[in-house]
Design a protein around this ligand. Structure first.
Ligand code: BES
Ligand code: ZN
Ligand code: ZN
Length: 482
C-alpha cells in the first residue's frame, strides 16, 4: 500500500535510475556517454546546474549533484527535502519503480533520501471519488548498495509505514475517527505487530474514576476510550518501562468555550499525539526492539451539548486531586492528567507525553519544531534532542521554572486548568507535571502535527510528527544496557 524500499543485486534492465553523487567525478563512462559527461561537467561548472535528466525512451536516467552540509543532521534533512522534489518528478512521469545509485553516500545518507521519498509519496485519497484523478504511481524504491543490510531497510519500511499510518489517523475526520474508532485502530495495530493491547470503555473509565477524561466527554454522544498498547519483549534491556502518552482529542470544538472564527478548522488534528504514540509503539513492536514500551491513549471529542462540562466545575481527577475548570477549551490537560497519573502504577523509567496542547506553542515556533519541557529527566531529554536533530523532528526546550505554577493556583480547588496570558505552553506543562512522580518529558506538537499547505516531504495535513522521533529514541535506548 505504501511505497516500499528494497535491496536487489542489480537493477533490472530499463530501470529508471537516479544517480546521487557528491561530485561530478563520481559519474563516469560506465553510465553515461562522453557527450553526456561533457554536458554535465560544463553545465555544473559554468551554470551551477545540479539536476540532469536523460530520456532513454524506455526509462530515464537522472543525475543529482548534492551539496554536503557541515552539519551532518542538516545534510540528512536536506536529502529528505530533495527526495520530495524527486517524488514529484517520478510521479509526474508515472513511474512505479526507480533505482537509487548513491555509492559515495553513507548508509544513513542513502536511507534519509529513501525515507524522504516514501514519506513524500503519501497521499490521503480515501474520500476522492473522481475516477479521472491520477494518484501517485511510485511503488518501489530499489537499492543496489551492498553495505545497506536487509534488516536496516526493513526497519526503514516499518518506521515510514508507521509514520504514514499516524498521518492517516490524523487525516481521518471525526465522523469516522471518533474515540471508539481510534481505540479499534490501536487494537488492529497491536494485532499486526504481535503486541499487547487493552481498551477501557466508558464503564471501566467510570469505575477507575478518571474524572478529567469523563468531564471532557460529558458533552459527547460517543463514549470515551482509554487504550493501553504494550510491547514487552523477553529480551528488553529496561527493567522499568518507557511510557508514551498521547493526547487523543479526536475533535476539539472548545466545548462551551467554543472556538470562534476559523480556530476550529483542522481540530481533527487534536489526536496527533495519540497518532504519534500509536505509530511509534507499532513500529517499535514490529521492529522487535528489545525495549519495554507502553503507549497510553486517553480519547474523546470535546463537544458541547446540554450536559457538557462548564467553566466553574470542580473535577476530581483519577489521582484524587481537584481541578477548577476555568476554560473548557483547555481539555487536553484534563484527559492527559488522568493518563499521566495512571502511568505511575507502572513505576516507569521515563514518561513522554505528546500533545497538540496549546496555541501558544504553535505561535512560538510554528510548524518547524516541537516544544519540549522536562522534569527529573535531563539525560533523557539530551538523548531525545539528539534524536530530534537526527530525524528532523527537532525539539526546542522551554523553561520549566516553578514560578509558572503561580498562574494555575485556584482559590477553591488544588489547581485551575487555565494559566494567564504569559507562557501558555509552559503553564499547560506545569499543570501536567503535577500528575507525575517520575522522570518526565512533555512535548507540545500543536505547531507541527498538521500543516495546511504542503511542507516538503511532510506532505499536507497530518504529518505523523513524533513517530520517527520516538522510534529513534527507543532504538538508542535499546542499544544501551542498564
Ligand atoms: N487543541 C488546542 C490547541 C491547539 C491549537 C492545537 C492550535 C493545534 C493547533 C487546545 O485544546 C486548546 O484549545 N488550547 C487552548 C488553551 C487555553 C484555553 C488555555 C489554547 O491554546 O488557546
Ligand atoms: Zn481545546
Ligand atoms: Zn485540544
Amino acid at each position: 500500500m505504501y511505497t516500499r524500499i528494497q535491496k536487489i543485486k542489480s537493477f533490472p534492465k530499463n530501470t529508471t535510475i537516479l544517480y546521487l553523487v557528491k561530485s561530478f567525478d563520481e559519474i563516469n563512462a560506465n553510465f553515461f556517454s562522453y557527450e553526456e559527461l561533457t554536458f554535465i561537467e560544463n553545465e555544473s561548472k559554468n551554470n551551477k546546474k545540479t539536476s540532469f535528466s536523460f530520456n532513454r525512451f524506455t526509462h530515464w536516467d537522472y543525475v543529482e549533484i548534492v551539496k554536503e552540509k557541515k552539519n551532518n543532521f542538516h545534510f540528512l534533512e536536506s536529502l529528505r527535502v530533495l527526495a520530495d522534489k524527486y517524488s514529484a518528478i517520478f510521479n509526474e512521469a508515472c513511474m512505479e519503480e526507480v533505482g537509487i545509485h548513491s555509492l559515495s553516500f553513507t548508509i544513513e545518507e542513502s536511507m534519509a533520501f529513501a525515507e524522504g521519498l516514501v514519506l513524500a509519496n503519501y497521499q490521503f485519497n480515501k474520500y476522492k471519488t473522481d475516477k479521472e484523478l491520477k494518484f501517485n504511481s511510485l511503488k518501489n524504491i530499489l537499492f543496489q548498495d551492498k553495505s545497506i543490510t536487509e534488516e536496516l531497510l526493513e526497519e526503514l519500511n516499518i518506521v515510514t509505514e508507521a509514520t504514514l499510518i499516524a498521518r492517516t489517523l490524523v487525516n481521518e475526520p471525526v465522523n469516522f475517527m471518533n474515540a471508539p474508532q481510534l481505540a479499534k485502530e490501536i487494537e488492529m495495530l497491536a494485532k499486526d505487530a504481535d503486541a499487547k493491547v487493552e481498551i477501557f470503555g466508558k464503564s471501566k473509565i467510570e469505575a477507575l474514576k478518571m474524572g478529567g477524561l469523563l468531564a471532557v466527554n460529558k458533552g459527547s454522544i460517543d463514549p470515551p476510550t482509554f487504550s493501553i498498547f504494550e510491547w514487552n519483549p523477553e529480551n528488553a534491556v529496561n527493567k522499568k518501562p518507557l511510557i508514551f502518552v498521547g493526547k487523543g482529542v479526536v475533535y476539539d470544538t472548545g466545548g462551551l468555550n467554543i472556538k470562534t472564527g476559523n480556530f476550529m478548522n483542522n481540530m481533527k488534528c487534536d489526536m496527533g499525539g495519540a497518532a504519534a504514540v500509536a505509530g511509534a509503539v507499532f513500529a517499535i513492536a514490529k521492529a522487535k526492539l528489545p525495549v519495554h514500551v507502553i503507549g497510553l491513549v486517553p480519547a474523546t471529542d470535546n463537544r458541547l451539548n446540554n450536559n457538557a462540562y462548564v467553566s466553574g466545575d470542580v473535577i476530581t481527577m483519577f489521582n484524587g486531586m481537584t481541578v477548577e475548570v476555568l476554560n473548557t477549551d483547555a481539555e487536553g490537560r484534563m484527559i492527559l492528567a488522568d493518563a499521566l497519573a495512571y502511568a505511575q502504577k507502572y513505576d516507569p523509567e521515563l514518561v513522554i507525553d505528546l500533545a497538540t496542547l496549546t496555541g501558544a506553542a504553535a505561535h512560538a515556533i510554528g510548524k518547524y519544531g516541537i516544544v519540549a519541557m522536562g522534569s527529573k529527566s535531563e539525560a533523557f531529554l539530551k538523548d531525545l534532542k539528539l534524536s530530534g536533530e537526527k530525524t528532523g523532528e527537532r525539539l526546542v526546550e522551554f523553561p520549566f521554572w516553578e514560578e509558572y505554577e503561580e498562574q494555575i493556583k485556584s482559590e477553591i480547588a488544588d489547581m485551575t486548568n487555565l494559566g494567564g496570558a504569559e507562557g501558555g505552553a509552559i503553564t499547560a506543562g506545569k499543570f501536567l507535571e503535577k500528575f507525575t512522580n517520575y522522570p518526565y518529558i512533555h512535548l507540545d506538537i500543536a505547531g507541527p502535527a498538521l500543516v495546511e499547505k504542503r511542507f516538503n516531504y511532510r506532505g499536507v495535513g497530518g504529518t505523523g510528527v513524533g513517530v520517527r522521533l520516538l522510534f529513534d529514541f527507543a532504538k538508542k535506548r535499546s542499544e544501551k544496557k542498564k
